[in-house]
Design a protein around this ligand. Sequence first.
Ligand code: BGC
Length: 421
Amino acid sequence: MLATACGKKEDVAATPAPAPAAAPAPAKTSVEVLHYWTSGGEAKSAAELKAMLEAKGHEWKDFAVAGGGGDNAMTVLKSRAVSGNPPTAAQVKGPAIQEWAAEGMLASIDSVAQAEKWDELLPKVVADVMKANGSYVAAPVNVHRVNWMWANPEVLKTAGVTGMPKTWDEFFVAADKIKKSGNVALAHGGQNWQDFTVFESVVLGVGGAAFYNDALVKLDPAAIGSPTMTKALNTFRKLKGYTDAASTGRDWNMTTAMVIGGKAGFQFMGDWAKGEFTAAGQKPGEGFLCAAAPGTANAYTFNVDSFIMFKLKDEGAQKAQADLASAILSTEFQEVFNQNKGSIPVRLGHNMEKFDDCAKLSATDFVESAKSGGLVPSIAHGMAVDPAKAGAIQDAVTQFWNDDKLSVADAQKRIAQAATN
Ligand code: BGC
């Protein structure tokens, strides 16, 4: 065997020396990774992660918990952790990372981060989120932009809409035309996190990045109670009139499918939606269009997916965690994974040549908005405030969306209350 492997074929015929007792092959460590990537486009991306880990000699044990935005996954993760049986790694992001670290449950991945110079290759705004008490405890996979608007060009054309609306006023003019043409103007899935996703884009578009920061990151009561927030809530409420009756409870990817299939004109959703368009074989500029949500072209709500590693005693598991952390940030993985996922690579200066135009725009806007002050963390996707507060604000926003009788003033009070609790 050895001889053949070394290419010395002539030795094969010689009398073989008695083979030393072969050391048993090390048992493959099974790496259990919790994630919530279950839609068509997401599953393709998760498959890349699995393939990469298997190439490193580990066995992937899939722990997928369906549910967009990850709320279900976080509930399941907590119950596993509480029972003392956490997975090897889990898809957790934003301030929740520090909460897990404060529980003393996370393994440091500083040795990998230092060896591979993460401080130099990651944007500071991302690196800061991955650390607890100065140590890396999470590995980032990507940068998603949340303030996107997706459209079906055929639906727009049929309705006589030329070009993507740049302001909310333009949006409502376009939406009226689509409604008249018999299609659904706005594809929306009525779930808490999807309502909240649309809401944050409206706040950003109506108020601008500085206002968004005050109201939804700093949770400044004056900003939440301001006339600008009143205007944002009125705009948000007006959108509902352009959705279809079956919107309630619809999953986000089924909502994107309405745009893909030519049943609806627009959707406001982060660029994981692009993963659905591309998985359906569509190309930007042809099958679908992307543009920043109205009024948000100079701003960028970022959402960085990342994996935390749990403190485990098993050495094989520790090795697998280090391999996972290292591979996640490799140029090769970043390139393939992000093309499937709809996001952009998290490494600074990654060559975007092979990416599509929406991703190229995202990469440019990420850098530009960081310079101009337009780069803000997404509250709807767990990047801006701690999970408990974000959840309470999300509930207030959803109540407002669902209850047409709830006044804007009352909604403002409820949001303010949720933000202070
Ligand atoms: C995550 C994405 C995911 C999306 C839908 C977002 O919060 O960051 O990775 O595709 O939710 O589940």
